[in-house]
Design a protein around this ligand. Structure first.
Ligand SMILES: [Zn+2]
Length: 84
């Protein structure tokens, strides 16, 4: 986790499809929350055309605090496909 902290200022945006996890207690803010699928970086092309560039990062993000759990691009892609 510490590897990611100083890398950059994350700018998470909610991924399309409203992909959420089951409710869980956030280990950082202790709230009962649903982590949602978010992405950082460019790579989103024209609407409807999914582009997945190397610079892009995915994670499940806490809606309340800055905590997030990195997610492999392949996994994120699968989740996004399933939600449409
Ligand atoms: Zn939290």
């Amino acid at each position: 986790m510490s590897v990611y902290v100083d890398r950059q200022n994350w700018d998470w945006k909610a991924a399309p499809g409203n992909v959420k996890r089951k409710p869980q207690a956030c280990p950082r803010c202790n709230n009962q929350v649903q982590y949602f699928l978010a992405y950082d970086g460019d790579g989103w092309g024209f609407p409807g055309i999914w582009t997945f560039k190397m610079k892009q990062h995915y994670a499940f993000k806490c809606p309340i605090c800055p905590n997030f759990e990195p997610l492999a691009k392949e996994e994120a892609k699968l989740l996004l496909q399933r939600s449409t």
